[in-house]
Structures are given as C-alpha cells and as structure tokens.
Write a protein that binds this ligand. Sequence first.
Ligand code: HEM
Length: 488
Amino acid sequence: SRLPLPPGPRRLPFVGNLFDMPKQYAGADFRALNETYGDMVYLDVLGQPMLILGSHDVAFDLLDRRSALYSDRVQSAMVDLSGFDWLLAAMPYGPWWRRHRRAFHQYFNPNAVVGLRSMQRNQVGHFLNRLLNTPDDFYQHMRHLFAATIMRVAYGIQISEKDDEYMKMVEDGLAAINLLLSPGKYLVEQLPILRFLPKWMPGAQFRRDAADAKVVAYNMRDIPWMRSLEAMHQGTASASMSTALMERMRTLGSSEAEEEQLIARNTAATAYAGGADTTLALIQAFFLVLASFPEVQEKAQAELDTIVGPHRLPEFNDRDSLPYVCAVIKECMRWHAVAPLGGAHRLIQDDEYRGYLIPKGTLVIANLWAFSRDERRYPDPEAFIPERFLKDGKLNPNITDPSEFAFGYGRRICPGLHFAESSIFLTVSSVLHTLSVTPPLDAAGKPQRPKIKTTAGVISYPEPFKCVIKPRASWAEALIRANDQLTE
Ligand code: HEM
C-alpha cells in the first residue's frame, strides 16, 4: 500500500497550498508551518509538490546523505526567459552541470584557494585605506571590496574606484536574480505554459521583467569575458580563473574546445555572480554587529593585541590562535542568514523517509534561517553571543558550526565556501585589528544603536545603517597606510 504524504496544511482544489506560501519573510512564515506540522511539511502549490524542512538533521539526512536523489534544481521558466541559464546554481543536475562544477572546483578547491589569499589580502589592505580616508562611504567600500576581489580572481580585471561599470553590472544582475528567482514570486514558475503569453497581454509583467533581465544577464556573462579574452590575445592578461580555464582548453580537440569555452565563460560569470554579494551581505552584518555590540569588539581586539600585535596585519595562519575572532565569525554566520532558504533542491525519483512518501519532482526547501534560530542548538537565538561557540577559551566542537548548513548541502553545497571563508576571515580580523566601529551620535551626543532589520529575498542583507569608523590608535593608522599597495 502507498505510504502517506508528509503532514501539511489542507490543500484547496486547483491552487492547493498557494495561499500558505510566505508573504514576505519566508524564513519566519515557513518556520510557523514547521511548528504546527513538524520538521517536514508537505505543500502542493498549483501542482508543484514542495517539502519544507524545519531542522538541520532532517535536511542533512535527505539533501546530504541521499544527495544522489536530491541534487536537481527545479527548471523555472523564469530562468530561461530571463537569460540566466548559464548560472551554475540554476542548472539541472546532470553532465552539463557536472562539467561546470568541475571547472569551478578546479579553481576554488581548498588547495587552490590558498594561492588566492594574497590577492584577497591585498584587496583587504586597500579596503582599510578607503575606510580611513572616507569612512562615511563604508557601504560603497564594502561593495567595492568583494566586487574587486572576485573580478580580479575570475577575470584578472582590476576595477576602478568609483562608479565602475562592472560593479553596476553585477548589481543589476543580482537585483534581477533576487527579483526573478524568489520562489513563488512569479506564477510563471509554476505554470510553464504562461511563458508563451505575448508581452503586451495584461498580467504579463513577468515577461517584460524577463526581457529586461535578459539584457542584464547577457552583459554580465559576456562583457568581462570578452575583455579578458582580449587581454589574453594581447598578452596583457594577469593570471586568473579565465586564463587557467583557457589554458586547460588548449589540449582539447576543436568541438570539445568549443564546449569547454562556453563552460569557461559560464563558470567565470558564475563565480562573479555568486561571489560578490553573498560575502558582502555577511560583512555588512559584521559591521552592524560592531556598531551594535561594543563588548564583542573589545574582546576580539584584546585577543588580536596579544596574538598579532601592533606591527602587522593578521594573516590567515593566525586563525587557529584566534578562537574569539573565529567565534565572532561563526556567530555572524548564524545571526545573519545570508541565504535564508539556501538553494531549493529537486528530488529526481520517489523516495521514502520516516514512513512518508516524498514524490518525484518535489522541491525541497531547507529553511537555513530557521536552523540558525533553533533553540535546541542555540538558546536565545536573536542575541549575538560569540561565547556560545567557546569552552575554556577554545572552540567547542559540540556546538554545531553554522557553516555546516549556511552553505547548503550535498552535491549542491556552495563550491565557493573555502574562498568565502578566507575572504571573511581576512576582512573581519583586519577590521577588528585596526579600526574602531561605533554607532553614530544623536544631536544630544547619545549613541544611536542601529535598527536591526534584514531584507527579504534569495540573498538577505541588513537594512542600511550608519556607523562611525576610525583608526583604533596611531599605530593602527600607520599600519593601514603601510598596507596600501595593490601589488597583484
Ligand atoms: C558568505 C558567503 C556565502 C554563502 C553563505 C553562500 C551560500 C550558498 C548556498 C546556501 C548555496 C546553495 C547550496 C545548495 O543548493 O544546497 C550556494 C550555492 C552556490 N554558491 Fe555560495 N555562498 C557564499 C559565497 C560564495 C562565493 C564566494 C562563491 C563564488 C566564488 C559562491 C558560489 C556559489 C555557487 C556557484 C553555487 C551554486 C552551486 C550549485 O548549484 O551546484 N558562493 N551558496
């Protein structure tokens, strides 16, 4: 006999659970469903089965342990209509995806990222200087830091200080991705037939949005790639992901080489699309933490003073001697869920779990935001407490590291995570070591703690806030000035 479907709210004729879909903060709305129905909630949205996972354990069992079944993506009509089919994150599970993933991994695997650290460190040095010179523009400096780092790494392109066309390109691209790919945003995702609506039909706003997005999507994919190819032809290219991928191609026959070139182009653009804003969102949250919880900053600085001292910036190798700084990073990853719902995984065949049937084609959503607020793991979850990861002055291995879920699961786990981890460590430790970040003062001279609010979307950012940034001491200022050569 057939197993029952997992529990969930009652389904209406035709539309199913359309009205149970989140209105704005999907993390909180989905968590409410899990609180009512348990760790697995089954929804049917216009015929699309969905499974909402409410705990890290269940997500790990399905998406990691059964990764061979749960690694497809839903083929959203919106992805094709809007020209984002080159994006590795959106590709269906299969050989084409695997070849892209392999190309990506070749450049961002744990050994390869060691070779990228000096570039990351250079960019961080430059960032500290900009913060010193024009601290009120810190939002722009953060954006520039990650856009510049990833452009350098992916294409060997050095981007300019202000109003850079590449930064604009990635901003527009990510805005389009965020808008178009939020699950449930457009009906067309659930009803592929709608993609044939002519553009002028009422209610076909999505088609106009998609047409606009297509321009953005192709610019993002093609313009930096063409520039880096030009530089290679002229012999002026700096070593980068593009040069490495093109190098690999030389050994292949011509038809294979043509495909490999598409893969190289898509992979570099994917690095650029995936790498700039995710890390940015986390570092914005880190500055928000600094401006909101002064005691965290003081403790971290005391640790850095003892271990690193006034004569140099922190290095990646200092990481193991800086447990408090590491705990601050873990707590940032937990407290601010960069990708609140991760990437939705699609199941490729019927599966059984805990006595339930999970039908083929189900879209499985791991509510990473909810996992980071699971009181069984993290008591008082809205509070920012780095100490929760420490025991006797060392990292406590019994507390789940939020990186175990913040980067997703299984064969689809974030392939940029090693690169992200070094970027985050170098940025956080260098800022803490040299700068003091405080809340702005009001007219009466009282500190105004920023409001703590985050945006909704595929990637979540803190709402814009202000803070005051100054060098910690004169030695820190001198150290920052001495570290401003963009040597690579
Ligand atoms: C704080 C930083 C970051 C976070 C929290 C993050 C998080 C994630 C998550 C949750 C996923 C979905 C995984 C899944 O489906 O289970 C993902 C996928 C992905 N990420 Fe990241 N990411 C970060 C940084 C980066 C960076 C720096 C890059 C590139 C250099 C990158 C490239 C990608 C790519 C290409 C995918 C798609 C993988 C696939 O579908 O096979 N990410 N990331």
